[in-house]
Design a protein around this ligand. Structure first.
Ligand code: ARG
Length: 599
């Protein structure tokens, strides 16, 4: 069975804590160890900065503390004896023997690359994508879909039990006016006898809104329709279902093109409708409700509107209707109680930060959330057009996602065809279609994921499809190139199909600096994945593989593989190629991209 590699960062953390207790007593058991990655390669691989802040507390010189810790640290051959630097840093360098044996484990574990599963595993709900019925899915939903899908994959890879939920906006007062309007304009649609394009549905939605705003009688009827719908009236419900189905068919098309995990389960706002009265009752019992202008509200300290007046969360309007927030409170309760979630992630635009803060706080105050359960908003910035403005078509309309993805595919195909032609290659239509899809869709996803999600990003086809820089095409080519090298060497070695991956079969020789540097970086993969598990920033995976490919290039330039000086060295270098390819494939997979063997 595959053996996981050591999580060096947390292992060092534990060793420093031990040394602290040994040197200065049990009071220091909970002191932070301040072990980090080295800020410069000159400082080694890791550094420990604990001596400086301790100096005052221990009334001693930081360098003296560093020396005492250094003597007490039991590094078991993982690191060279520490070096004391500057005011009292401890510089830690992994030993060659340790790197060699860890890389051996990675070589034997093509699938997980030595990354240990999380212990304990958690039940995690990831709420993502979540578009709205009868509206176009916009680029914000695209971001949520891509980010959420990646986070779900990563958490699942670490062994967590992940439930993917699509909190579709399929409920609310807008459906009253929409159904009413469709009864006049398109009765066959409501009867399920005719299909509407989503864009027509959106048009009809806009018209119904205009009618609602202009016509009082229509307004009254629409409200009555909502009441009928929410009370479960057959005729209303079946009309509503027809609408939902048509929108969802359009969403599914986008998901399919994007390759979103099919286990993403639609559980829209309507699902929680029967639970809403109970939410109000719970809030009332917890004495959190207050009436304001006929509406039921929860006032929390610290939430103010622009004028500085207290900003409550409204949970029930004066006409009895419930709100987006009421549904979210019901969803928290359901996810925690019925789904037994220990961690719930909400992937939405940063504009909803305050909404979620309030929902989390209120659900805790109301006793809906047991201790130890973590509710986390995973916010992201806006998608802007290249000129930094709102992302719109030239005529000022919202960009349709299907059109956007189609364009990415068409551009990728043009790029791929041109490149094949330049290389004088003739490939089958099947090959071209496959590569264009991987490049085009990969480019859209990667461009989104490579950005720190908290920032706004500018959507640029030219940039995301560029062959240079931290882009999908670059990474896909990097992977295919390594696979190509492996194939050629394997041929040379007599068609063995690569080095054997059982442990001990290959003797890894990390002789050159470039080999050591590559090995060090490869070994960090687990650390990076676990970091993303905590801070939910997939951009760190992209940074990591981008750096990996540059480390690989340095290695490949200074350490010939095809022309290696001996068969032994060649085998070892081929093994490094293999581990690099596996680590790349693993990361691309987590990023929702397909690593192609040839491109
Ligand atoms: N439908 C919402 C929107 O389009 C997103 C829902 C996010 N999830 C949630 N539980 N509120 O903005």
């Amino acid at each position: 069975a595959a053996q996981p590699t050591l999580d060096v960062l947390s292992w060092l953390d534990a060793r420093v804590k031990e040394a602290l207790v040994e040197c200065y007593g049990p009071e220091l058991r909970d002191a932070p160890s301040l072990v980090t990655l080295a800020t410069k390669p000159d400082f080694g691989d890791y550094q420990c900065n604990v001596a400086m802040p301790l100096a005052k507390q221990l009334r001693s010189a930081p360098r003296a503390i560093a020396a005492e810790l250094s003597a007490a640290l039991r590094l078991d051959g993982v690191c060279e004896p520490p070096e004391i630097a500057g005011p009292g840093f401890l510089n830690l360098r992994l030993t060659r023997a340790f790197l060699t044996s860890e890389l051996g484990k990675m070589l034997a574990d093509d699938e997980r690359c030595g990354v240990a599963p999380a212990a304990p595993a958690q039940r995690v709900v990831v709420d993502y994508s979540s578009p709205n019925i009868a509206k176009e899915m916009h680029v914000g939903h695209l971001r949520s879909t891509i980010l959420g899908d990646t986070l779900a994959k990563l958490l699942e890879f670490l062994g967590h039990d992940v439930l993917r939920l699509n909190h579709v906006g399929d409920w609310g007062t807008q459906f009253g006016m929409l159904i009413l309007h469709l009864r006049d304009e398109a009765p066959a649609v409501l009867a399920g006898e005719a299909q509407l394009e989503l864009s027509d549905l959106v048009q009809l939605y806009k018209q119904s809104k205009a009618r609602f705003d202009a016509d009082e009688a229509f307004q009254r009827d629409a409200r009555a329709e909502v009441v009928r719908l929410q009370a479960g009236d057959e005729r209303s419900l079946s009309a509503w279902k027809a609408l939902v189905e048509q929108s969802e068919a359009a969403f599914r098309q986008v998901y399919e093109t994007l390759g979103v995990d099919p286990r993403l389960q639609t559980r829209g706002e309507s699902f929680y409708n029967p639970m809403l009265p109970e939410v109000i009752a719970t809030l009332r019992e917890a004495s959190l409700l207050q009436e304001s202008d006929g509406a039921q509200c929860v006032f929390l300290d610290g939430y103010k509107n622009r004028e500085g007046a207290p900003q409550p969360m409204i949970v029930q309007k004066s006409d009895g209707g419930f709100m987006y927030s009421t549904t979210d409170l019901a969803a928290v309760a359901h996810r925690v109680k019925v789904e037994r979630a220990q961690r719930v992630l909400y992937v939405t635009d940063a504009g909803q930060a305050q909404h979620f803060q309030q929902v989390f706080e209120i659900s805790r105050l109301a006793g809906m959330v047991p201790e130890g359960v973590s509710l986390e908003h995973v916010p992201f910035g806006l998608v802007l057009s290249e000129d930094g403005k709102k992302f719109k078509t030239r005529s000022g309309e919202t960009v349709k996602l299907t059109a956007l993805l189609d364009e990415a595919l068409a551009r990728a195909r043009a790029d791929v065809t041109a490149r094949l032609q330049a290389e004088g290659r003739e490939e089958s239509e099947e090959f071209i279609a496959k590569v264009s899809h991987a490049v085009g869709i990969g480019a859209v996803k990667y461009a989104d994921l490579a950005m720190n999600r908290n920032s706004n990003y500018k959507f640029s086809f030219d940039k995301m499809l560029s062959l240079s820089g931290n882009t999908a095409p670059y990474m896909l080519y990097a992977y295919a190139r390594i696979r190509g090298i492996e194939r050629r060497v394997a041929q040379e070695l007599g068609g063995e199909g690569g080095v054997q991956s059982e442990e001990g079969a290959v003797k890894l020789l990390l002789l050159e600096d470039a080999e050591l540097n590559l090995a060090r970086h490869l070994l960090r993969v687990g650390e990076v994945v676990r970091e993303v598990e905590r801070d939910l920033l997939p951009s760190k995976l992209c940074e990591y593989i981008f750096e990996l490919s540059s480390k690989f290039n340095q290695f490949y330039e200074s350490c010939p593989v095809l022309q290696a000086e001996s068969a032994e060295v060649q085998r070892s270098r081929l093994a490094l190629c293999q581990v690099t390819a596996s680590v790349l494939r693993l990361n691309l997979g987590l990023l929702g991209m397909e690593a192609l063997e040839a491109i």
